[in-house]
Design a protein around this ligand. Structure first.
Ligand SMILES: [Zn+2]
Ligand SMILES: [Zn+2]
Length: 342
């Protein structure tokens, strides 16, 4: 089968072709696994973190991609949940141990045995992939393959971030960074919390304009002061400045949730600007969001289908995965990038 393969880690400023188009053996299902013929796979910022070594795959070569939509084409001997041709999605959580206290508490995203799709197991930048039947989700008919793909990571983790913020209707929410996940959060807030106002901080004028189009009441640059203090902020940037600036704009008791698997190092000295009375005192909190649990994906897909809200997507061919990744790196973003695979 065709796959875009990561053979070695690299710096994307120097290497413009991080992935190579290769012919690799088709996977076969074992035990409770299913084989999925991939139709669409979303492109996520986490792939940049893998390629550049901030969250390196334990083994190379590896096939990236963890927002996968396709059809079941084969099942293992102990697999009975899906019949062939069912359309399913696969998310970042490929498996967890199922036995630890985190797994028993529904916090499988924190399990020590957590394995990620497209990092610890082969992902969806390929024609076929396998996953346990217990870690696949039926995709509601209202979404096309391309539209469903970004819901599986950007959407599901946005949903988890919003849950961790603990937002209540009528409060003010800030979003710092306005990529795939944040734009889905904005749409979600408008539906679930109709009296909440959303404030967006983004470096590029194009992103700010996009945020206003989607209903943000205010959009400014990182570091601009919004007209009112915010009860919660979700940070989806790879940088530190938005965290420090964000803390300053929180109300007393406000919470900032960092939705990023890794932060980059280039502006880490901004953390030295942290001034306790201004940024942290008055019971302000910082919390990170780690991975997703199956519950996040399932609940979010149901919610998204009910509204329904359709993500903005930009489509690429599998062979153009490198172009999509570099555009993401260079922040040429409008909605979510998706590879279409045939
Ligand atoms: Zn992702
Ligand atoms: Zn576990």
């Amino acid at each position: 089968m065709k796959a875009m393969v990561l053979n070695r880690l690299c710096n994307l400023k120097e290497e413009r072709q991080p992935l190579a188009l290769q012919d690799v053996p088709e996977p076969r299902p074992e035990n409770d696994e299913i084989v999925v013929k991939v139709n669409a796979c979303g492109v996520c910022h986490t792939e940049l973190d893998e390629i550049e070594g901030r969250t390196p795959p334990p083994r190379l070569p590896v096939i990236l991609g963890h927002q996968v939509v396709g059809r079941v084409v084969d099942i293992g001997s102990q697999s009975n949940r899906y019949t062939p041709n069912t359309r399913v999605g696969i998310a970042w959580i490929h498996s967890a141990c199922g036995r630890c206290t985190y797994c028993h508490a529904g916090l499988e995203n924190l399990c020590r045995g957590f394995r990620a799709t497209g990092r610890d197991a082969p992902g969806g930048y390929a024609q076929y992939m396998t996953v346990s039947q217990n870690f696949a989700y039926e995709i509601p008919a209202v979404f096309s393959d391309a539209q469903a793909a970004p819901l599986l990571c950007a959407g599901a983790i946005g949903y988890r971030s919003l849950r961790l913020i603990g937002l209540q209707n009528g409060q003010r929410l800030g979003l710092t960074g306005f990529g795939a996940s944040a734009h889905l959060v904005l749409k979600m807030v408008k539906h679930r919390f109709p009296d909440c106002e959303t404030y967006v901080f983004a470096r590029s004028a194009r992103e700010r304009e996009f945020a206003r189009e989607l209903g943000a009441v205010w959009a400014g640059d990182t570091g601009d002061q919004p007209p009112q203090k915010l009860h919660g902020i979700i940070d989806t940037t790879p940088a530190w400045k938005p965290v420090v600036e964000g803390l300053k704009t929180l109300t007393p008791g406000g919470r900032l949730v960092i939705n990023a698997i890794r932060k980059e190092e280039y502006d880490k000295e901004d953390l030295l600007k942290l001034d306790y009375p201004q940024h942290l005192w008055m019971e302000k909190e910082i919390k990170s969001v780690a991975n997703v649990a199956r519950r996040d994906v399932t609940e979010f897909l149901e919610l998204a289908a009910r509204i329904p809200f359709i993500p903005e997507v930009e489509q690429f061919s599998l062979e153009d995965a490198n172009i999509a990744l570099l555009e993401l790196k260079e922040r040429k973003i409008r909605g979510a990038k998706v590879l279409m695979i045939d």
